[in-house]
Design a protein around this ligand. Sequence first.
Ligand code: NAP
Ligand code: G4F
Length: 351
Amino acid sequence: MKKTALITGVTGQDGSYLTELLIKKGYAVHGLVRKSSNFNTKRIDHIIENKKYTDSFFFHYGDLTDPSSLNRLLDKVKPKEIYNLGAQSHVKVSFQIPDYTAQVDALGTLRMLDAIRDTEIDTKFYQASTSELFGKTSDSPQNENTPFYPRSPYGVAKLYAYWIVVNYREAYDIFACNGILFNHESPRRGRTFVTRKITQAACKISEGMQDVLYLGNLDAKRDWGYAPEYCLGMWKMLQKSNPKDYVLATGKTFSVRQFVEIAFKVLNIKIKWKGSNINEEGYNSKTNKVLVKIDKDYYRPTEVNILKGDFSKAEKELDWRPKTDLEQLIKLMVESDMEKLRTEAVYRQKK
Ligand code: NAP
Ligand code: G4F
């Protein structure tokens, strides 16, 4: 019999890679899909539509804001592993919809844990915690013992989620882990996150399909890794005999400005900068054409200036380490976006 896993957020970046990983490992994967007025399964359609996977992948409508759907699903599926990846995961958007963000990211986690408690199923629980918890920290690099100081409604909601996981682990002896994951990206990254926004725009600009890329804070620094490697780390956490919390990161930090430079470099465009703050501009050093401008609407009311993680506990106890460096990551994102543009162009021509 196949081992069963349940993934909330199965239609997201991480959910799609984790599904592939678990199916490869012989699991039957059940995914919680929230109802949308349009198709939201694009990242997992290649699994849903593949006949080879009819006994490996099942999806169920449900929502982290709807406790009865969660209880029913856990009772029906009785998964041996649960990965709680579902979230309103956009930090800037969380300032616009703070109540909803708390409902999904904070109380959604409580609802999942409480459903485990109510149904009394024998399971292991992974919580998608985040480096946003560290927020305004002066400690660097950040590890499992670094104090938290979140800087957004998203970060605060995830702080509740982090602690309710710890509390249910201690109070009810539930096997529950927090993966404190630093930023991880891929060609499947949502297009409104800064990395994908940059790689997609750089491709369009180099093909003459876009004039300018508008960004917010270029000075923010992040520790960016490759998403599929982080999904392997999630799985490793649930294979241990004791539940613990782990940081997954690369240990390196780069600014948004550096990310822009590398993305354009992949396309043989050298970016130079002039001006400062909201008047800063990035231009093509050969043609002098301005390609990057600042739009202050992309700034956040409170920002996390710099993140850099220390993954030594995961390395020691899980034998986990990142493999893809930032240049390789950006190259694979740019190449994928370019491929998509070309496929779309051919499709448009055929129509
Ligand atoms: P993502 O691409 O934004 O995916 C989020 C998933 O959550 C989507 O499947 C989304 O469904 C689902 N979702 C949203 N609201 C929901 C609701 N009310 N009920 C059920 N599902 C809901 O995020 P990701 O990058 O894969 O990240 C996965 C998790 O890790 C998130 O919890 C995120 O906060 C956390 N995290 C991410 C990173 C990172 O750098 N990627 C780092 C640390 C932690 P739709 O497809 O319908 O929108
Ligand atoms: O790509 P971002 O939106 O990701 P952010 O805020 O770091 O959050 C991501 O990583 C977290 C882990 O640390 C996850 F928990 C969270 O779910 C999400 O996946 O922004 C990165 C940085 C920020 O400092 C932002 O201010 O880029 C800066 N930035 C500059 N211009 C921009 C833009 N961000 C976005 N999204 N769009 C811009 O135009």
